[in-house]
Design a protein around this ligand. Structure first.
Ligand SMILES: NC(=O)c1ccc[n+]([C@@H]2O[C@H](COP(=O)([O-])OP(=O)(O)OC[C@H]3O[C@@H](n4cnc5c(N)ncnc54)[C@H](O)[C@@H]3O)[C@@H](O)[C@H]2O)c1
Length: 341
């Protein structure tokens, strides 16, 4: 290739804005990488692959504006050169994962966040951290607004995730107040779409996987517990808008449309057109009964609203899983252990 090509490339890479995305090989992280590439950023992805999959980002490897570091963010993080933004999305996120690797979950939320805040301070970068609706625990307020302090059992099995995220928010606000760092906090509610792991224990891939295999769908408890599901493209839009906004307190991003698990199972059966039934099992410990975001702040401050309805989002997600080989479809790592998350 000509010298001019390399000069143009060198120029572009040096004037482009740089963003570091941790958890890049995961579900949300990989979609964020795609979005920032599309917006014209130079993207540095980082992941230790504890729950992620390189397949999610392999299409980005040929691009000169994408770089990947295989690194554990609980260890010191060094990135040469300038950095404009950091999005900290590294963390096990499904209950099955964080129950299996509780110490790593606590460390990535605490030590990992501390390392990345330090990096943001060194580089004078704006940092957005991925918090969760789990900071509200089993909520006594419905729907959950950002000023609700939550109902979390610190020592219950889910405490490792919930408390890691609560610490993450606290240290982020401390860096904001004490060091004047530009920080953003997104409280993510259940998000779904292509690139979720089929057997990660969350209800959407679990139901779709069961239906595609021709198995009955497992509902825990009486199925009257509710969930609200946000499609990935809506979630990524909300996160992008928050990062570019001037708002440094936590913001809920999720879809407030609520559905019972039982009705949702029926919807999946209809949409996959499989002749399967629903079977009921006892409710696991700590399974929240209700989850629904109050998104008035996101609407008012970010001018954000979810746009993709559940039927359309589920259709796209089923399409993604339909392409799986039988080997992937029948992979059995967590098939019998999921809860209706
Ligand atoms: N998906 C959701 O509905 C949801 C809801 C609330 C919050 N979140 C948050 O969003 C983020 C991403 O969730 P996800 O659903 O994409 O999960 P995911 O498991 O698909 O992705 C997480 C990624 O982080 C990586 N990772 C974990 N520990 C790491 C470490 N120490 N160093 C480097 N990489 C590490 C994993 O390998 C994985 O690729 C998490 O912080 C999660 O808490 C997600």
């Amino acid at each position: 290739m000509s010298i001019i090509f390399y000069l143009v490339l060198w120029y572009n890479l040096n004037v482009m804005q740089n963003v570091l995305i941790t958890g890049a090989a995961g579900f949300l992280g990989s979609h964020l990488c795609d979005r920032f590439i599309k917006e014209g950023f130079r993207v540095i992805g980082m992941d230790n692959l504890i729950t992620g999959d390189m397949k999610n980002i392999e299409h980005l490897f040929p691009l000169p504006q994408f770089e990947f570091y295989h690194h554990d963010v609980t260890k010191f993080v060094h990135i040469p050169g300038k950095l404009d933004y950091i999005l900290h999305f590294a963390s096990p996120a499904s209950p099955i994962d964080y129950l299996k690797i509780p110490i790593q979950t606590l460390k990535v939320g605490s030590l990992g966040t501390h390392n990345l805040l330090g990096l943001a301070k060194e580089k004078n970068a704006r940092i957005l951290i991925a918090s969760t609706s789990e900071v509200y625990g089993d909520p006594l307020l419905h729907p959950q607004s950002e000023d609700y302090y939550g109902n979390v059992n610190t020592i219950g099995p889910r405490g490792v995730y919930d408390e890691a995220k609560r610490f993450m928010e606290a240290i982020t606000m401390a860096y904001h107040r004490f060091h004047g760092l530009e920080t953003r906090i997104v409280r993510i509610f259940n998000t779904y779409g292509p690139r979720m792991r089929l057997n990660d224990g969350r209800v959407i891939p679990a139901f779709i996987g069961q239906a595609l295999r021709g198995e009955d769908l497992t509902v825990f408890g009486d199925g009257l517990q509710t969930r609200s599901f946000c499609y990935i493209d809506d979630q990524i839009n909300g996160i992008y808008k928050l990062l570019m906004s001037e708002y440094s307190e936590p913001i809920n991003i999720g879809n407030p449309e609520e559905i019972t698990i039982k009705s949702f199972a029926q919807e999946i059966i209809e949409q996959t057109q499989k002749k399967v039934k629903i079977k009921y099992l006892p409710l696991p410990e700590g399974d929240p009964m209700k989850r629904k975001p109050d998104i008035s702040k996101a609407k008012e401050i970010l001018n954000w609203l979810p746009e993709i309805d559940r039927k359309k989002g589920i259709e796209k997600t089923i399409e993604y899983f339909k392409d799986f080989s039988d080997e992937r479809l029948y992979q059995s790592d967590h098939r019998n252990f999921y809860a209706n998350q």
